[in-house]
Design a protein around this ligand. Structure first.
Ligand SMILES: NC(=O)c1ccc[n+]([C@@H]2O[C@H](COP(=O)([O-])OP(=O)(O)OC[C@H]3O[C@@H](n4cnc5c(N)ncnc54)[C@H](OP(=O)(O)O)[C@@H]3O)[C@@H](O)[C@H]2O)c1
Length: 238
């Protein structure tokens, strides 16, 4: 019997790096699950995948909510089977000085970036452990290890993912699960204000290139893996 296509769940697949990653995985024949909070945008990405001959399933999911993540995980399991690759990509930031950051903003950044990664990863890990294989790919940021102004809370959330992920990797790597942390520099997406994109867009990485890089992390030879990788535009940070 032919092996089934790998099931790849990309969170925050409605635009930016997530959309590019989903499209890139569909191009290698994966069965891609697109999740996010906006159905119309997800449909646009699904249509693009379909137009290229790929297959995808779109589901609404707010990664901050344990109930939403559980419901979606169940639906994925019933519709396409156990997740082989989880790309924890959904993320937000505000670009505000520490003293002007509200508690609401703090909670939203930590819940989306750190808690969201925790919730989605916890759902898929048991099946991966049962099967003795799987990929957790975390889209972190150079902000996890490099200091930038107006990004303290975002940096804390990303450093939190990096620390959590290192611990998880130590626990599961001998049981067939590869945990791959990707720390990108600036990428030209909606996460940036219009003004920043106008000013620095040319110096930012292209999300499609980042999507291809993420797929290449899955396509590595069986005898090696990448634990952590930092990617920047050739000119470096903005
Ligand atoms: N762009 C950069 O320079 C850069 C650099 C390093 C790392 N990153 C990281 O890359 C990831 C993707 O960012 P991006 O640049 O592609 O930004 P983006 O274009 O703003 O996309 C963010 C994605 O996250 C989703 N999302 C936000 N909150 C969510 C929630 N509560 N539940 C589910 N999905 C949610 C959004 O979908 P909906 O709003 O439709 O739900 C959207 O699909 C983020 O983790 C970001 O921190 C970006």
């Amino acid at each position: 019997m032919a092996e089934r296509a790998p099931v790849v769940w990309v969170t925050g697949a409605s635009r930016g790096i997530g959309a590019s990653t989903a499209i890139a995985f569909a191009r290698i024949g994966a069965s891609v699950v697109l999740t996010g909070r906006h159905a119309k945008q997800l449909r646009g990405v699904a249509a693009r995948i379909k137009s290229e001959g790929g297959t995808s399933l779109s589901l609404m999911c707010d990664v901050r909510s344990a109930a939403s993540v559980s419901r979606v995980h169940r639906k994925i399991d019933e519709s396409v089977g156990a997740v082989d690759v989880l790309v924890n990509n959904a993320g937000v930031t505000y670009f505000t000085a520490f003293e002007s950051t509200s508690i609401k903003q703090f909670d939203n950044v930590l819940s989306t970036n750190l808690r969201g990664t925790f919730l989605c990863t916890q759902r898929v890990i048991p099946d991966m452990l049962k099967g003795g294989r799987g990929y957790i790919i975390n889209i972190i940021s150079v902000a996890a290890t490099t200091t930038f102004m107006n990004s303290s809370v975002y940096a804390a959330s990303k450093a939190g993912i990096l620390a959590m992920s290192r611990g998880l990797r130590a626990e599961v790597r001998k049981r067939g699960i590869r945990v791959i942390d990707i720390l990108p520099g600036a990428v030209d997406t909606d996460i940036w204000h219009e003004g920043a994109r106008k000013k620095y867009g040319e110096k930012m990485m292209n999300p499609d290139d980042v999507g291809d890089l993420i797929v290449s992390m899955y396509c590595q030879p069986p005898g090696l893996t990448t634990d952590e990788i930092v990617i920047r535009s050739p000119e470096g940070d903005l």
